[in-house]
Design a protein around this ligand. Structure first.
Ligand SMILES: [Cu+2]
Length: 371
């Protein structure tokens, strides 16, 4: 095992350096040129709504655009221990005529990414990822969304062809105003096209998405019952930065994160997928964070059957054993489990298979093919 204290010490030292570099000050850095087009003094986009107090100054703990700065911890205000232990649970709905009505509430919770590690997460319905909304292409979908965070937010339906006013882009205000704390906003759209998607915040995205504000969205084609595989699993990948028990947004500007999760958990807390020999298995990879993850499967190849939800025509399908998943990207892959054994599925940026530099951890899970 690697020396944990030394590593942690180095990280803290690095944090201190980054903190010093990133503290907003009067002297503009090259990336915060006050003369840049579209930028106000201090580097704030002039078109963005500013979070201000009554005197017009930025609120404590908020950047000038209403979001956290990279070196600021996720606020713990209002957070309670999560009552659920796993995310992506199917979200029940009620019917209003033929419209499927779902309810989502944004709330901060303390979320365990493994037995020892707790993060402060901003969530939908208290889990990471948020619950799974699964509908059929052509369904009328209504989502009644309440914001119980202490900061504004919104929901974007990543990959869905929704009307402009339902697209959730609240920063800048292309689709709507941000949903303020305590407010409710209703989204409604026809589910199309079919495929693998996610929903996520589209306000202060550099912070909110990374610390849990994404959830499951699958739209099945109308003939799904005829074509569906025996096993169908969706895997949302994201990253965390936890220093001395304090959660920070995992941003490329802060260097490598130190925790990496599949569906909100690190190895060894990611549930094993058990399949019977001969079954057809679909894995749906989703890049929910902001780092690339080349996911490598042992013991088999798998065929890419859909990219970003769109089916790949059979004549264009390719089979691989390593699947680069970029931020925002979805790859659906399928294989027939013809090789019995316990097979690793892991990121091949192998640092991403550590928990705070300790291996094994992170983006590593087992597919158990039983005879
Ligand atoms: Cu990775």
């Amino acid at each position: 095992m690697k020396s944990r204290p030394a590593t942690l010490g180095a990280l803290v030292a690095l944090t201190t350096i980054f903190t010093a570099c990133n503290t907003p000050g009067p002297s503009p850095s090259p990336s915060m040129d006050p003369g840049m087009p579209g930028m106000g003094a201090g580097g704030s986009p002039t078109s963005s709504p500013a979070a201000t107090d009554a005197t017009g100054g930025a609120m404590p703990g908020m950047g000038a655009t209403g979001g956290l700065m990279a070196d600021e911890p996720v606020p713990t205000e209002g957070a309670v221990p999560a009552t659920e232990t796993i995310g992506l649970q199917p979200l029940p709905y009620t019917l209003d005529g033929t419209t499927k009505v779902f309810e989502l509430t944004a709330k901060p919770v303390f979320w365990k990414i493994n037995a020892e590690t707790q993060v402060t997460a901003l969530t939908y319905n208290g889990t990471v990822p948020g619950p799974l909304i699964r509908v059929t292409e052509g369904d009328r979908v209504r989502v009644v969304f309440t914001n119980n965070l202490t900061t504004p937010t919104s929901i974007h339906w990543h990959g869905q062809f929704v009307p402009g006013a339902m697209d959730g882009v609240a920063q800048p205000e292309l689709s709507q105003k941000p949903v303020q704390p305590g407010e409710t906003f209703t989204y409604e759209f026809e589910a199309k096209p079919a495929g693998t998607f996610m929903y996520h915040s589209h306000f202060d995205t550099d912070t909110q998405i990374n610390v849990g504000m994404f959830g499951g969205l699958i739209v099945d084609p109308k003939n799904w019952n005829e074509i569906k595989p025996d096993v169908d699993e969706v895997l949302y990948l994201n990253e965390w930065r936890v220093i001395d028990g304090v959660t920070y947004p995992a941003m490329p500007s802060m260097g490598e994160p130190n925790y990496f999760t599949i569906n909100g958990k690190t190895y060894p807390d990611i549930p094993t997928i058990t399949v019977k020999q001969g079954q057809r298995v679909r894995l749906r990879f989703v890049g929910a964070g902001q780092f690339e993850h080349p996911m490598h499967i042992h013991g088999t190849g798998a065929t890419i059957v859909a990219t970003d939800g769109f089916p790949v025509p059979e004549t264009a399908q390719i089979t691989k054993d390593t699947f680069p998943i970029h931020p925002g990207e979805r790859l659906d892959v399928e294989f027939v489990a013809d090789n019995p054994g316990q097979w690793a599925l892991h990121c091949h940026i192998v640092h991403h298979t550590t928990n705070d530099d300790v291996e094994p951890g992170g983006l590593l899970m087992v597919i158990n093919v039983v005879p």
